[in-house]
Design a protein. Structure first.
Length: 497
């Protein structure tokens, strides 16, 4: 076995009211890919932030190559050789790619930044990652996937011994994930130790050597990936068998058959070709397709976020023409967006305030929801969705990533919509909460709610959809019903030429 590069011993971290890490140990070897796993709120991101100096540990030791280290911020950690790439890329979108790569360490000549060299070096560096791009363009002109690779290239170039990736794949498509994995394996071969946080178990088995599992702020154990079965892994994460959560069985809901929403030939230039979709009361319509296939665009057009260029929409038997999401909310629709970080959470506001927001918009601000009722609603959903928090008055930004997503889902449920559009509802959500959310979706449909759910996870679509609309290249290619709703058939439709 290769040598230990980073060792954490007996790490404790407390936040007001939360003991987020209780004596956790973690060992990373040079040249390994090490998965850090656990349920939402288990303490993964906190452990990483302790390693990288974002938070200071309350107790315990961090040894890098057997030397105790005390990083006070990410800059310190980086200087020691610990680089981190978060799900949200932490670079500066308006600077060029090259400027981002050499930010703060630009090559100089006679005291002046040598821009020609910056650009040449950046291009050369990225070639090593198979990225043949124009490094003089702003970072923001590239996809999130490319931005993440750029962030990795920057981190590694600043002499990384340890590379930490916290849910880097949550917004990548299948090809982009493969590219990332190839690069991770290259870096591993160069002797870098990689910590990888993900909720996708397939990815754990595809790329990691060892696994450390946290549960409720404590270490469950360290395992060899090759010898830990999926069932054991899930058992360790949840502290119970997945079977106890209930099977994901496809099941036919009784639907009224009357269209609640009927959309004909809705389109928007350069975003979506004319598309039809109909949803009945109690029905779940799944939207399948690759990233960029038009799923999110369709959701946004229906909800009035973007303006449609053509098409007719009938809702509750009435023609409607929403010019803003507010119109759609008042009419009884909800949209839980894909990019919750930007379109969803209001970080400084409390969990309670985040939950009641859509309901308040629907009722109108002049009919203010009483504090007591707000508390009832919020506590109810916190319980129903098992949001891990001790207090609904905490700012939502203090919740773990997955728990923030549950709160946004609660926001839309609290507005009592008749049609709810969910764009990737379980992204970043752990496997236990995932099963709970699917169960909740089914229950809501039995109560008559209609749903449109866009998801990249085929098993998930199969588990709850009555009908699956498949999009490809910004248009609808087919609609599957009954026995046609199975992963193979959906995959074929997504991939067919
Ligand atoms: N800045 C903070 N202030 C207060 N509490 C916090 C803060 N950051 C994290 N916590 C709490 O610490 C606990 C662990 O959160 P952490 O973000 O480490 O979870 P995680 O394992 O990364 O979960 P996820 O899979 O949802 O990202 C949670 O209870 C969270 O609410
Ligand atoms: Mg996290």
């Amino acid at each position: 076995m290769s040598q230990v590069v980073l060792q954490l011993q007996n790490i404790h971290k407390k936040f007001p009211g939360v003991h987020a890490l209780k004596g956790v140990n973690f060992t990373l070897r040079a040249g390994e890919i090490h998965a850090l796993l656990g349920e939402n709120g288990a303490g993964k991101s906190t452990l990483i932030k302790v390693m990288t100096g974002v938070y200071q540990r309350d107790d315990g030791d961090i040894l890098l190559n057997n030397q105790a280290i005390f990083p006070n911020n990410t800059g310190d950690a980086q200087a020691l050789g610990i680089s981190t790439v978060y799900q949200e890329v932490n670079l500066l979108p308006n600077l060029t790619v090259a400027q981002n790569i050499y930010l703060g360490r630009e090559p100089r000549r006679f005291g002046l930044i040598n821009w020609t060299k910056v650009n040449q070096d950046a291009a050369q560096l990225l070639k090593g990652y198979d990225l043949d791009i124009d490094v003089t363009q702003p970072l923001s002109s590239y996809s999130i996937a490319v931005q993440q690779l750029i962030a990795i290239a920057r981190g590694v170039d600043m002499s990384a011994k340890v590379l930490i990736l916290d849910e880097p794949t949550a917004s990548l498509d299948a090809d982009e994930v493969q590219t990332l994995f190839r690069i991770m394996r290259d870096l591993k071969a160069r002797g870098i130790g990689i910590v990888f946080v993900t909720h996708f178990l397939d990815q754990v088995y595809a790329v990691t050597d060892r696994i450390t599992i946290l549960r409720s702020a404590q270490l469950v154990g360290e395992f060899e990936t090759a010898t830990l079965s999926r069932a054991e892994l899930i058992g360790h994460m949840l502290g119970k068998e997945l079977a106890a959560l209930g099977e994901h069985k496809p099941q036919a809901h009784a639907t009224s058959g009357d269209a609640l929403l009927s959309v004909q030939a809705i389109s928007r230039q350069a975003t979506l070709s004319p598309t039809d979709i109909a949803v009945s009361k109690g029905e779940v319509v799944g939207l399948a397709g690759l990233l960029g296939s038009g799923r999110t665009e369709l959701c946004r057009l229906i909800f009035g976020v973007d303006k449609k260029h053509s098409g007719n929409v009938t809702f509750h038997g009435q023609p409607v023409n929403f010019s803003s999401p507010r119109d759609a909310i008042i009419a009884g629709m909800g949209l839980c967006p894909e990019d919750r970080k930007h379109d969803g959470i209001l970080g400084q506001l409390s969990i309670r305030e985040n939950i009641i927001l859509a309901r308040q918009v629907k009722q109108g601000w002049w009919k203010f929801i009483s504090r007591k009722e707000q508390e009832e609603i919020a506590n109810n959903f916190v319980k129903e969705l098992s949001v891990a928090t001790s207090d609904i008055e905490k700012p939502i930004e203090q919740l773990s990533g997955g728990n923030q997503q549950k709160v946004i889902l609660a926001r839309w449920l609290a507005a009592n919509p008749s049609l709810l559009i969910l764009d990737e509802p379980t992204r970043g959500i752990d496997i236990g909460a995932h099963a709970e959310i699917i169960r909740l979706i089914r229950k809501l449909c039995d109560q008559g709610l209609a749903l449109i759910v866009a998801s990249s996870e085929l098993e998930e679509l199969v588990a709850f959809s009555n009908k699956v609309v498949v999009l490809r290249d910004r248009q609808k290619v087919t609609e599957l019903t009954g026995d046609e709703i199975n992963p193979q058939r959906i995959m074929q439709a997504i991939a067919a030429h």
